[in-house]
Design a protein around this ligand. Structure first.
Ligand code: SF4
Ligand code: SF4
Length: 146
């Protein structure tokens, strides 16, 4: 503990002047307080090299570098989670598509099996009619011979 009490930002702009990367540390601090990712991105927070020059000149003794470092880590974590969530969604949708395709294939196969089976039945009926006719002819011939 340094014993120096941190105060509110007085918007003096000294941190902005001190930044070697020409970042708007004053507003970075403002948006880091509410973790406003959009604004932090537009102010190029990712370009902060965590040198500590802004802290050194801050009359309010705000630990800006520590705050920027922490917020960068939180944003990185959030972005990784977003990428993972997108990937999970893509995989889930692909799985649904595969399942739907499999269902359609099953339907097509079962339709074709029904068609084949009814055609076989028809064939069996024809064979039975022919066999009965042949049998009748043979019986007729037999009775004539007797
Ligand atoms: S810590 Fe970041 S914002 Fe602060 S002076 Fe260094 S580069 Fe600039
Ligand atoms: S130097 Fe400190 S008090 Fe001044 S604007 Fe930056 S953060 Fe605020």
């Amino acid at each position: 503990m340094s014993g120096i009490k941190q105060k509110e930002c007085v918007r003096c702009g000294d941190c902005v002047k001190a930044c070697p990367k020409k970042l708007d540390a004053q507003n970075l601090h403002l948006f880091a307080n509410t973790i406003n990712i959009k604004e932090l991105r537009s102010l190029d927070l990712s370009n902060c090299v965590e040198c500590g020059d802004c802290d050194a000149v801050c009359p309010s003794h705000i630990p800006l570098t520590k705050q920027f470092k922490l917020v960068k880590q939180q944003i990185n974590k959030f972005e990784k989670q977003q990428i993972q969530a997108k990937e999970n969604l893509r995989r889930y949708q692909a799985k649904l598509k595969r399942e739907e395709k499999r269902k359609q294939q099953k339907k097509t196969v079962s339709k074709s099996l029904v068609a084949t089976s009814s055609s076989l039945n028809e064939n069996d009926n024809k064979q039975a009619v022919i066999a009965a006719a042949v049998k009748r002819v043979r019986e007729k011939r037999k009775s004539k011979v007797q």
